[in-house]
Unconditional design. Structure first.
Length: 662
């Protein structure tokens, strides 16, 4: 049976596609993991530099791995067809050799299995690989690539012109440019294979055009990202940000297109064996990206894909002929427009004519000589800037306009942190004289202070010219002058005196001194205020200072506890003394009343004795007898009882019942 050329040449393409696919897949996954790790590790700039190449590699890997599966299936079909051909030839030779001698054997050999059955089975397997297995292999890679591109787009979309410098960015850029060369070689090989086929039957690799387009996207991504990193390391950060933003948008769009193509694979009708091809393709990449090397552009792509030939259009020919003069006219118009300057309400400009300052322009639209004969240098018009005299270096602490800082303060609460046991970027260290109270006192001490200077360029024309031509970096001049005067102010005040100083008056004094120095140098700057937010010992002395405070608090607490215990003990003793005193008074009153009763009874007895002594004695005897009889046992004996021996009075104590005794 006749096989398509793509099946006959499958073994020729399998090695190249397999090596390229696996290398691209491994590198793409490594770049994706490196992007996540660097982002979590605190290096977002390097993560953004590797995200776009990783996304492009994963898109190319999705197309290449699908092509590897189909090419392997085509190779198995060719091997099955080759084996069927050998089997058929051997069978015909055996039949020819035995036709004259063994008719039964001829019949046996002629009724064997069909040799093309295995070929048809492998063909059906190849057709199945052109469906849902492509989605299973390619869709996860495309989703990861889209996620990387969308993340990069979201980070670059916030501030495209603010691109941080990548550590080792020059080396990263050179590595990306070098990696683009082998990809370019494979892309050229696939492009030639796609362009060499004039008829569908002569196509060696049906998905060669789609693979070439996605590899072309990878080449352009590596080249653009590599050149961007090299340019960023040389200082072209703003332009690099916008270029990477446009590339990220293109990758997001192409990733969505490839995802839709791959996801639609299970729902497409089954094609013939010659039409089975990988679905990871991108028409947008073919239309937008120019071809590498010689030949064609967007017009050639339109002609190949849609049959639209723009080379015979009269309108396009006229445009090509008129493009040269039109470009010159546009270039002249653009040069003349450099003589028109629009200044916003927050801006003003110093107009230089032939290198000499002529006037200070206010906000509005101004017409002047074009560049380089006339130049307008823009300045702020009353914008207040804040400068912190702190621990950061001059290069790492640019002066930001006040509105931006206030907006940042509204969302970042760390700017309100004034805990002095932590180092703050706005704190500066100053040496102050010691107290000098005794011989052990130190001659010098240190303190930290958070000082901020609010300044602006003067509103008059002379101040605008002075700030432009007398100063290179106004914030550096303000910082140096403020540091000098603050060191002088704190050098005359001991630590405790500086901490207890009125910060508003101290800031006013420093502002006047700084303004006087800036006016003496004709800087054109106006100091609006000097605010001293805090004055405290250094953060490294926080532990010792807290120890002293803790010892003082503990001593005061111990004194308070001792006073509380003394008051409690004194209260307890006072209560005990009051109880003893009350008991003594009660006992004395009781004894006195008893003595008075006894004295009264004695006086009565004495008077009765004087009147009737016998009666008193009888009364006393009866009283004592009554008292004694009240607590004893009484036995009454009657003599009228008739007994043999007469009544007997037994005076023995503890006599047993019935014991007569003597």
């Amino acid at each position: 049976m006749a096989l398509p050329l793509a099946i006959e040449r499958a073994a020729r393409w399998y090695g190249l596609l397999a090596v390229t696919g696996w290398v691209t897949l491994v590198l793409g996954l490594e770049l994706a993991l490196a992007t996540v790790g660097l982002q979590l590790g605190g290096q977002p700039a390097l993560a953004k530099a590797l995200a776009l190449p990783g996304a492009a590699m994963l898109l190319a890997a999705a197309a290449l791995m699908a092509a590897v599966l189909l090419t392997a299936a085509r190779r198995r079909v060719w091997e099955a067809a080759d084996a069927a051909l050998v089997t058929r030839q051997q069978r015909h030779a055996a039949l020819a050799a035995r036709a004259a001698d063994a008719p039964a054997t001829q019949a046996l050999f002629s009724g064997g299995d069909d040799p093309d059955l295995l070929v048809r089975a492998e063909g059906q397997r190849a057709l199945r690989l052109a469906g849902w297995p492509q989605a299973l292999v390619g869709l996860p890679l495309v989703v990861i690539a889209a996620a990387l591109a969308i993340w990069t787009l979201s980070t670059l979309g916030r501030s495209p012109g603010d691109v941080a410098l990548v550590p080792g960015g020059f080396a990263v850029g050179i590595a990306l440019l070098i990696a683009a060369f082998p990809v370019l070689v494979v892309e050229r090989r696939l492009s030639l294979a796609a362009a060499s086929a004039l008829l569908p039957a002569q196509v060696e690799l049906p998905e060669a055009a789609g693979l070439a387009r996605l590899l072309r996207l990878l080449v352009w991504t590596l080249v653009v990202c590599g050149a961007a990193e090299v340019a960023r390391s040389l200082g072209a950060g703003t332009l690099v940000g916008w270029v990477l933003l446009m590339l990220a948008i293109l990758l997001v769009v192409i990733a969505c297109e490839v995802a839709l193509r791959v996801a639609a694979a299970p729902f497409l009708p089954a094609a013939g064996l010659a039409e089975a091809r990988g679905l990871a393709d991108s028409a947008i990449a073919g239309l937008v990206l120019p071809r590498l090397g010689a030949g064609g552009g967007g017009g050639t792509e339109l002609k190949e894909r849609f049959g639209i030939d723009l080379s015979q259009s009269w309108a396009l020919g006229f445009v090509r002929r008129a493009s040269g003069p039109l470009f010159l006219v546009l270039l002249l118009g653009a040069w003349l427009l450099s003589g028109v300057t629009a200044l916003s309400l927050q801006e003003r400009g110093v107009y230089e004519r032939l290198g000499a300052p002529v006037a200070v322009l206010k906000s509005g639209l101004h017409v002047h000589l074009p560049y380089p004969f006339g130049i307008v240098r823009r300045l702020d018009s009353g914008a207040v800037r804040e400068l912190a005299i702190g621990l950061q270096s001059d290069a790492a602490q640019p002066a930001a306009p006040l509105p931006a800082r206030l907006m940042a303060d509204a969302t970042d609460t760390r700017t309100f942190d004034r805990v002095w046991r932590l180092d703050h970027a706005a704190d500066a260290l100053y040496i102050v004289p010691g107290d000098g109270g005794d011989a052990t006192a130190r001659a010098a001490q240190v303190l930290n202070s958070d000082v901020r200077v609010f300044y602006r360029i003067g509103l008059d024309d002379a101040a605008a010219r002075a700030s432009l031509y007398h100063l290179t970096r106004p914030e550096d001049s303000v910082r140096l002058v403020a540091r000098r005067h603050l060191a002088r102010v704190f050098a005359t005040r001991p630590l405790m005196a500086a901490i207890g100083e009125d910060r508003s008056q101290l800031g006013a004094a420093v502002r006047a001194a700084v303004q006087a120095d800036l006016d003496a140098t004709s800087s054109g700057l106006e100091i609006l205020a000097v605010t001293i937010d805090s004055i405290h010992p250094p953060a490294k002395a926080a532990a010792a200072y807290h120890g002293v405070q803790e010892a003082g608090i503990i001593s005061e607490r111990n004194v308070a506890d001792a006073r509380r215990n003394a008051i409690g003990d004194r209260s307890d003793k006072a209560i005990e003394a009051s109880n003893i005193r009350a008991n003594g008074v009660w006992k004395a009153a009781n004894l006195l009343s008893v003595a008075r009763v006894d004295a009264t009874l004695f006086a009565g007895d004495a008077a009765a004795w004087q009147l009737a002594p016998e009666a008193l004695a009888l009364e006393r005897w009866l009283h004592v007898l009554t008292k004694g009889l009240s607590s004893g046992t009484i036995d009454i004996i009657d003599h009228r009882l008739r007994l043999i021996d007469g009544p007997v009075l037994d005076l023995r104590r503890f006599a047993a019942p019935g014991d007569t005794g003597e």
